[in-house]
Each structure stands twice: as structure tokens, then as C-alpha cells.
Write a protein that binds this ligand. Structure first.
Ligand code: NAD
Ligand code: ZN
Ligand code: ZN
Length: 348
């Protein structure tokens, strides 16, 4: 089968031919129908060799932590209602399945995963950018039903991650409030739609790229601003001087985190989702009183079911740019050039 793999540190990913894997006991083999391209893949592929190896990423690594497929074969002893032929989405943040957080479906916060070497597909385990993929346990699969896999595969991360981030701030986002979204790419453009569907907040979206701001308006942002030195004043003006009740930073670099900190209102939430290497210095007088700063990771299995339900209800829609598996390397070039509108999805 064909697979898109990161084969050597510092090199572009390559399309290679490898044998179709056999599902071991408890595993499920999927025939992949769609695989989403995330900026985090670019982060991993840009790690210096020492950091890449220290974090025990294998080489070669089949990319892809957003995956959808058809159940093709069940390994020995798989205890599930799943049947061969079922359409599923892959819940990516795999955990141990038995700790307190995993028991609540929050495998993204598994307390044993690191010690036991359990890694998400595409981010340590072999991922979805191949004709077939192994899923370690049937509980990582969520029925897709009649949702189109190509249109919806990215809800497993570009939908789930903003959903989890936003859901926790909903008590602060009633009518008359303001939410700021920084970075309106893959995650951000879905985040805007989730805010519009679930909250009463007026949404102010920021990006450095005009095309991305056009997309932000298209998906429902009430105001769009270029993310530059003047943005903080403009946000103050739009919010009547009070600032934003929640800021979601899908970039996470020093300038965006400084902006988020400076426009946070009293008792607001500042949520840093992007992993752009930034840091914040928080102390008395450096941020509005009672503002809370959060750094979430991905989301829970039940939140993925909720996100899929939002899509089924027609309330969110991922803007998708498709690529064949052979064109996979081009998808990463386009991501690095910041020229993707919404999410790139590979269709094997
Ligand atoms: P993307 O490339 O699709 O979107 C990033 C957007 O940010 C682009 O539109 C870009 O123009 C914009 N941008 C860049 N610099 C900016 C600035 N200074 N101000 C405003 N906008 C700016 O990326 P994505 O796949 O949506 O991922 C977004 C970030 O979230 C990445 O850092 C990714 O690694 C991270 N991520 C984190 C989690 C998590 O669980 N915490 C999960 C998935 C992705
Ligand atoms: Zn991701
Ligand atoms: Zn666990």
C-alpha cells in the first residue's frame, strides 16, 4: 500500500510502498477514506533531530492524526459492536483506557500514556496517511454514520480541539460578550463556527493573511482584523474598552500571546491552543484581574461525538482542500506556505 511517511529528520515527507499491516489482538484495521493535515505535523517535522528522538518519535513515521475509514478487519478478540464495513472516525488522543481520565472518555489527559509509551496515530504511532491504518483499540473509533468522511475527518482534531477549548469557556460567553479568535486556519475557522453555534458572543477574528480573514468572514466572524501592533487598540474599541471575555489563540507565538494577554477582560479566559513556542509572564498588574490562562490539549471522546453531531445538524462545516496520497508532500508544502483555505485533506 502507499503511505506518506516522514523518513528522515529534516527531510520532506515521502510517498512509499509498504505492506498492508495485519491487525494484532484487539486491534482494528481500517481502509482509510480520509486523513487531515495539521500544523502540528509541521511542528514535529521541524523538530531538531535531538528533540525528535528524545520525544521517541519513530522513523519512519506514517503521518496523519486526523483519520476516517471503513472497518476492514477486526483483530483477534476485538470486543465491540463494530462490524466490517462500518464507517468510522478515529479518536486520536489514545490513552491507557483504565485511568480516571480515560474512564471519563478524556484519553487526551491520560495519566499513564507517557509512561506506557502510548502515542496517537501520526504522532508516535503509525498514522492515517496510508491506504490502511491500524487502530489499537475499537474504543478509539466513533461511528461516522452518513457524514461524508472527506468533509468531516478534520473534526477529529480541527473540530475537537477548538470545541474542547471553547466549551469550557461557555459560561463566560453569554449575550453581550466578546470572543477573540487569533489564527483563522484549520482550527480557527472551525472555532469561529463553534462559537457562533454555541455562544452569544460577538466574534472578532484575527489573522496575518487577508485570504484567511475572508474565510473568517465567510464562516461567520462578526469582525475581522489584521493581527498587528494596532490590533489590541481596535479590539478595545470594538469591546467598548472592556476587552474580550475569552481569547482563543490558535497560533501561540510570543506576539499573539502578548496580544491575548493585553485584550483579556476582567474575569476572562485566555486559552492558548497553538504551539508556536510563545510564553507569557503573568503577575499582578500584567493581566486583567481574575483572568484565567489555559493551555488545553485536544479533546475527549464524548466531545468528538458532540462535534460530529454539530456537523450533522449543519451548524459547522470544514472548508476542505483535497489532495491524493501521491500529492501528500504538496499538501505540506502548501501548509508551510500558508496557502491552504481551511483544512488540507488527503484522500487515498
Ligand atoms: P494553520 O496553519 O491551519 O492555521 C494557522 C493560522 O494562523 C494561519 O491562518 C496563519 O495565517 C495564522 N497566523 C500565523 N501567525 C499569526 C499571527 N501572528 N497572528 C494571527 N494569525 C496568525 O494551523 P492549524 O492546523 O489550525 O493549527 C493551529 C495551531 O494549533 C498550531 O500551532 C498547531 O500545532 C496547534 N494545535 C494544537 C492542538 C492542541 O491540542 N493544543 C491541536 C491541534 C493543533
Ligand atoms: Zn493536530
Ligand atoms: Zn489513561
Amino acid at each position: 500500500m502507499k503511505a506518506l511517511r516522514y523518513v528522515a529528520v529534516g527531510q520532506a515527507p515521502e510517498v512509499v510502498d509498504i505492506p498492508i499491516p495485519k491487525p494484532g489482538p484487539g486491534q482494528v484495521l481500517l481502509k482509510v477514506t480520509a486523513a487531515g493535515v495539521c500544523h502540528s505535523d509541521d511542528y514535529v517535522m521541524n523538530l531538531p533531530e535531538k528533540d525528535y528522538l528524545e520525544q521517541s518519535y519513530p522513523l519512519p513515521l506514517t503521518l496523519g492524526h486526523e483519520g476516517a475509514g471503513i472497518v476492514h478487519e477486526l483483530g483477534e478478540g476485538v470486543d465491540s459492536t463494530l462490524k466490517v464495513g462500518d464507517a468510522v472516525a478515529v479518536y486520536g488522543p489514545w490513552g491507557c483506557g483504565r485511568c480516571h481520565n480515560c474512564s471519563m472518555g478524556m484519553e487526551n489527559y491520560c495519566t499513564n500514556a507517557a509512561a506506557e509509551g502510548i502515542r496517537p496515530p501520526g504522532l508516535g504511532s503509525q498514522g492515517s496517511m496510508a491506504e490502511y491504518m491500524i487502530v489499537d483499540n475499537a474504543r478509539h473509533l466513533v461511528p461516522l454514520g452518513d457524514l461524508d468522511p472527506v468533509q468531516n475527518v478534520s473534526l477529529t482534531d480541527a473540530g475537537l480541539t477548538p470545541y474542547h477549548a471553547i466549551k469550557r469557556s461557555l459560561p463566560k460567553l453569554g449575550a453581550g460578550t466578546f470572543a477573540v479568535v487569533i489564527g483563522t486556519g484549520g482550527l480557527g475557522h472551525v472555532g469561529i463556527q463553534i462559537l457562533k453555534a454555541l455562544s452569544g458572543a460577538t466574534v472578532i477574528a484575527l489573522d496575518v493573511n487577508d485570504e484567511k480573514l475572508k474565510l473568517a468572514t465567510h464562516v461567520g466572524a462578526d469582525h475581522v482584523l489584521i493581527s498587528d501592533a494596532s490590533a489590541a487598540d481596535k479590539i478595545r474599541e470594538l469591546t467598548g474598552g472592556l476587552g474580550a471575555n475569552a481569547v482563543f489563540d490558535f497560533v501561540g507565538a510570543n506576539p499573539t500571546m502578548a496580544l491575548a494577554q493585553s485584550v483579556a477582560a476582567l474575569d476572562s479566559d485566555v486559552t492558548v491552543v497553538g504551539i508556536g513556542g510563545g510564553a507569557m509572564t503573568i503577575g499582578f498588574g500584567t493581566i486583567a484581574y481574575d483572568a484565567a490562562v489555559r493551555v488545553p490539549y485536544w479533546g475527549s471522546r464524548s466531545e468528538l461525538i458532540e462535534v460530529l453531531d454539530l456537523a450533522r445538524a449543519g451548524k459547522i462545516n470544514v472548508e476542505v482542500q483535497t489532495y491524493s496520497l501521491s500529492d501528500g508532500p504538496k499538501a505540506y508544502e502548501d501548509l508551510a506556505a500558508n496557502s491552504i483555505r481551511g483544512r488540507a485533506v488527503i484522500v487515498p
